[in-house]
Design a binder for this molecule. Structure first.
Ligand SMILES: Cc1cc2nc3c(=O)[nH]c(=O)nc-3n(C[C@H](O)[C@H](O)[C@H](O)COP(=O)(O)OP(=O)(O)OC[C@H]3O[C@@H](n4cnc5c(N)ncnc54)[C@H](O)[C@@H]3O)c2cc1C
Ligand code: FES
Length: 293
């Protein structure tokens, strides 16, 4: 059992929880993730370790309430316990101290780029970060990212915060301004469509580009094959071989097609979840009415 110590709403439909998990925190490194279950019979789902504190024995998770499991987790309160948290899983990021890196985070991917930027900065690399979201309401960790970055660029699709446009527009400007050879590595985490756009932006400049893939994951041990991706013409399991891969070798079309495979079941599960909530709310209202009578 893993106790939730704090919980905060940090952006629209986006929550941050700090969980007591000493064994996971002791071994955690940037780029890794955990697999959770909200209930004994619940489904397994992955979340990136957005931060960790070796001394306090805590990990921080940030999640967008997008469907049943993330919505359920959002209902947990400090003091509640999550029955199942497994990790740290996946290979840590290749953090080095002698690089000029550009860390790009889009949407909830900002949570995943956060420990990576922090790690590169602590190791001594020069860090430029680009974070972006559709609107200002969906943006988070701006202050934290500014702390760990020598320079931070912020974009929103509608211009409600930072510069108007996509993270790739800001990245293109950076490449123009500093020159491709001065950027040793780009690391990007966000929606697949964004990571593919980053890959296409850096490809002609031959800038080494790493993306953290987010296929459907189930067991996180390389046994179920759910997280199968194709990289450089080879089949890889993102949970054990990744989640980070060379962006220029990833088959993003296949990744996105596989991500859509369960969309009907997922929206059905979410509707049932909301229905259960409505029923519970109706029961609770009727209990209140009974007491009032
Ligand atoms: C390595 C990794 C790290 C991730 N880190 C984060 C994070 O830090 N914060 C965050 O908000 N999200 C993260 N995700 C995505 C997160 O796992 C899904 O949003 C979550 O599983 C959705 O489940 P749901 O029941 O709430 O929604 P559903 O309605 O079931 O699904 C909504 C969407 O989430 C994705 N998804 C659903 N189930 C899974 C699954 N088992 N594995 C992977 N993706 C799934 C699908 O693209 C789906 O369309 C990560 C995914 C991976 C693979
Ligand atoms: S999640 Fe099952 S093989 Fe990767």
């Amino acid at each position: 059992m893993y106790e939730i110590l704090t919980k905060a709403v940090i952006a629209e439909k986006t929550k941050e929880v700090v969980i007591a998990a000493p064994h996971i925190a002791a071994n955690a490194a940037p780029g890794q993730f955990v697999i959770l279950r909200n209930r004994e019979e619940g489904e397994r789902y992955p979340l990136t370790i957005a931060d960790f504190d070796h001394e306090q024995g805590t990990i921080t998770l940030v999640f967008l309430e997008i469907g049943k499991s993330t919505y359920e987790l959002g209902q947990f309160e400090p003091g509640d316990r999550v029955p199942d948290v497994v990790g740290p899983l996946g290979h840590p990021s290749d953090i080095r101290g002698d690089l000029n890196v550009v860390c790009v985070g889009g949407g909830v991917g900002i949570a995943a780029i956060h420990p990576i930027a922090k790690g590169f900065r602590a190791a001594g690399s020069h860090v430029i970060s680009v974070i972006g979201a559709k609107t200002a309401d969906l943006l988070f960790y701006e202050a934290q990212m500014r702390t760990f970055s020598h320079e931070l660029l912020v974009t929103t699709d509608d211009g409600s915060r930072g510069r108007r446009g996509f993270v790739t527009n800001a990245l293109a400007e950076l490449i123009d301004r500093d020159g491709a050879t001065s950027i040793h590595r780009v690391i990007a985490v966000g929606p697949s469509v964004m990571m593919r756009a980053v890959a296409e932006e850096t490809r002609p400049h031959r800038i080494k580009t790493i993306v953290s893939l987010n296929p459907i994951m189930v067991d996180g041990t390389g046994m179920c094959g759910g997280c199968r991706v194709e990289v450089g013409g080879e089949t890889k399991f993102a949970c054990v071989d990744g989640p980070e891969f060379d962006a220029h070798k990833v088959d993003f079309d296949l990744l996105m097609a596989r991500q859509r495979m369960y969309s009907t079941n997922e929206s059905q599960a979410m509707q049932e979840c909301r229905l259960e909530e409505d029923i519970e709310q109706a029961r609770s209202n009727s209990r209140t009415e009974d007491t009032d009578r």
